[in-house]
Design a protein around this ligand. Structure first.
Ligand code: DC
Length: 220
């Protein structure tokens, strides 16, 4: 059994690295943030107050989240594109504070990891979701570098971008994600710390492969 947990703040390149690692080692890639995003999207769409526990509980009772060949499915609809906006980033961060929401996402995540070798990325995979994962990595990069990467991504996609505003949002979300009461963003004691500030994607993927090799003896 091989379960690779990759945690860290947004914008560190976690998703890109986790996907590449999945291909390299033949693992299933699971993006837990996408589930919080899907729930944030549903709340915004249906007018559910994402801070109101009772309203959110009711929403969870009539909501299904799943993955289908890499696509994020909300009640059977592919919402992969719709969840990648600034508005939904904040909605996801807000709704992820609720313990009932975390319990739902944890349940789906553990179910997905029960029968397959996985690389799972999020904020609390190594600490809470799969505390006995064979490999745990805590990936980070400075807020300025992360804001710059996001800024460039937006410009490349032909979208408008304001660096200072993006940096402010990065810092806001970091603070919120690492200061919430339930399962805050935190490095597990036995996680390997990986600072990607001065590394390119290929270098990070290689570093992750080395860590996996080191911990499990498995080669790509
Ligand atoms: O990784 P991401 O940016 O797509 O995650 C969106 C939000 O979901 C993030 O602000 C915090 C929350 N999240 C979480 O609380 N726990 C996880 N394991 C993954 C994401």
């Amino acid at each position: 059994m091989l379960r690779v947990a990759i945690d860290g703040p947004s914008g560190t390149g976690k998703s890109t690295i986790a996907k590449a690692t999945a291909v390299r080692f033949g693992l299933e890639y699971i993006d837990t943030g996408a589930m919080y995003r899907a729930l944030g999207l549903k709340a915004r769409r249906t007018g559910v107050d994402e801070f109101n526990e009772d309203a959110v509980r009711e929403m969870l009772g009539i909501t299904s989240i799943d993955f289908n060949g890499g696509a994020t499915m909300l009640d059977g609809e592919d919402v992969s594109g719709l969840i990648r906006t600034n508005e939904i980033s904040m909605a996801a961060s807000n709704i992820s504070k609720l313990a009932i929401v975390r319990a739902k996402v944890d349940e789906v995540s553990r179910h997905l990891a029960a029968t397959k070798d996985v690389v799972m990325e999020g904020r609390d995979i190594g600490t809470t979701v799969i505390p006995d994962a064979e490999v745990k990595i805590f990936m980070t990069a400075s807020p300025e570098i992360r804001a710059e990467r996001r800024y460039k991504q937006l410009l490349e996609a032909g979208k408008e971008a304001d660096y200072d505003q993006i940096l402010k949002e990065v810092q806001e979300r970091d603070y919120q994600d690492s200061h919430r009461e339930v399962s805050p963003l935190r490095q597990a004691d036995d996680a390997v710390f990986l600072d990607t500030s001065n590394l390119n994607i290929e270098e990070v993927v290689d570093a992750v492969a080395d860590i996996i090799m080191d911990k499990t003896g498995r080669r790509a």
